[in-house]
Design a protein around this ligand. Structure first.
Ligand code: GLY
Length: 422
């Protein structure tokens, strides 16, 4: 099977490495990729937001399967174009990708499916902002305001704060740039990322994971695209994944089918385990980054076959997934100033070791690998337990040199110390 992966992050690097372990996958290609993915796949520089460009590339290389990693091409309809050209595609249609692309659409689907989520209100008129802020946050009985961009914002459109001025400033700047704002009630409790391979009403969950969105240790500082993750979750009660699948993911998948927006691809449920049970923070229409790097490191089943089955309507016939024992921890190395405008162009050393997954990297003409984005790379440590997996990940990240870079030192720490409970 020839597989073309679309994207350029550490998530796509992890997908490529997992695909390479599948004996049915004979050839790998990636577009546009990065300095790390170029080592494992043929790399093509095409505009991945253009359905035409992706279809032409898939036809040129004879791809049997296209796997679309990031949300932007999915929301723009790239998977629709690939399917229309008769090529199997792992990734939802533009219509179904609205579960991530429009938070108001997602809220509507969840309400119809009877799924618990935060109460919310869309504000699109600045004149209504102050009154709406008074219904949320401490003014409305919550510890914090949750202010989100209604559309895509790479994880950085969310501000959670107990400071009304900060909440108001974020909402006002979104409205100023023409983006409707979603105000939400605050969902308390540990967060879980549950990735499910979905085709219509068939739902196959992967291992649960937890990611760390704030830039600083102890969840301080602004939100990022994700600074680290671990899987599985030793503190999660054994029946929770099945309950999330039955009570949340299956009803949402069924509601999308009912609306004629059937989902095929990876449905990512971001949840908070509140005192009243699991509640949805958000749905995403693709694999999450950096959780994918940890989850796929533990997958033993052939992923090419799994993704191809979902893309061709045969997911229900697949054998149950097999997982390696143990734990995996991902830690992200970020460029100076990330999540603000990152410093780029610095030479990285030590990034070609096993377990290093590239994201914002590029190879310079002289052969050096240099930084080219905010999240520069991820390291993955796998071991028999979470403590040892953390040790492996941190030993690896400390062996990499990138001037001005930073990483969180507490990924998976609370869970490793038994300090997370539901
Ligand atoms: N881990 C957060 C995301 O992928 O959106």
């Amino acid at each position: 099977m020839r597989v073309l992966v679309i994207g350029s992050g550490a998530r796509e690097h992890a997908l490529l490495l997992a695909l390479r372990r599948d004996p049915e996958v004979t050839e790998l290609a990636v577009a546009p990729g990065n300095a790390g993915t170029a080592i494992v796949a043929d790399q093509y520089d095409v505009d991945i937001t253009s359905g035409d460009a992706v279809v032409k590339l898939a036809q040129r290389i004879g791809a049997d399967l296209v796997v679309v990693g990031p949300e932007v091409p999915l929301v723009l309809g790239v998977a629709d174009a690939v399917r229309s050209a008769g090529i199997a595609c792992f990734g939802p249609t533009k219509d179904a990708a609205r579960i991530e692309g429009s938070k108001s659409f997602a809220k509507d689907v969840m309400a119809a499916a009877g799924v618990r989520t935060a109460t919310s209100e869309i504000v699109d008129n600045p004149a209504n902002l102050d009154a709406a802020l008074d219904r949320f946050g401490p003014a409305g009985g919550d510890p914090s305001w949750v202010v989100k961009d209604d559309g895509l914002a790479a994880g950085k459109g969310v501000v959670v704060t107990a400071d009304r001025d900060a909440a108001r400033a974020h909402a006002a700047s979104l409205l100023d740039s023409g983006h409707p704002v979603l105000l939400e009630s605050f969902l308390d409790g540990p967060e879980v990322s549950l990735f499910c391979v979905v085709d219509g009403e068939t739902v196959v969950p992967l291992l649960p994971a937890q990611d760390f969105k704030r830039v600083g240790d102890d969840d301080t500082g602004p939100n990022t695209g994700g600074m680290g993750a671990y899987a599985p979750l030793p503190w999660l009660p054994a029946d929770t994944v099945a309950a999330i699948v039955d009570d949340i993911v299956k009803p949402v998948a069924a509601e999308l089918v009912r609306r004629g927006s059937s989902f095929s691809g990876l449905l990512y449920a971001g949840l908070a385990l509140t005192s009243r049970g699991p509640a949805v923070v958000e749905f995403n229409c693709r694999f999450g980054d950096p959780e994918t790097q940890a989850v796929l490191a533990l997958l033993d089943s052939p992923i090419g076959r799994l993704l191809h089955a979902a893309a061709t309507g045969q997911l229900a016939e697949q054998a149950p997934l097999q997982w390696r024992e143990g734990a995996a921890v991902t830690v992200v190395l970020a460029a100076e100033n990330y999540p603000g405008r990152p410093r780029v162009g610095d030479v990285i050393t030590g990034s070609e070791a096993d377990g290093v997954l590239h994201a914002g990297t590029t190879r310079r003409d002289d052969g050096a690998i240099v930084s080219s984005g905010g999240r520069v790379l991820s390291v993955v440590g796998t071991a028999a337990d979470l403590v040892a997996a953390r040790d492996a990940a941190y030993a690896l990240i400390k062996s990499i040199r990138l001037p001005g870079s930073h990483f969180r030192s507490d990924i998976g720490l609370a869970a490793a110390e038994g300090r997370v409970s539901v």
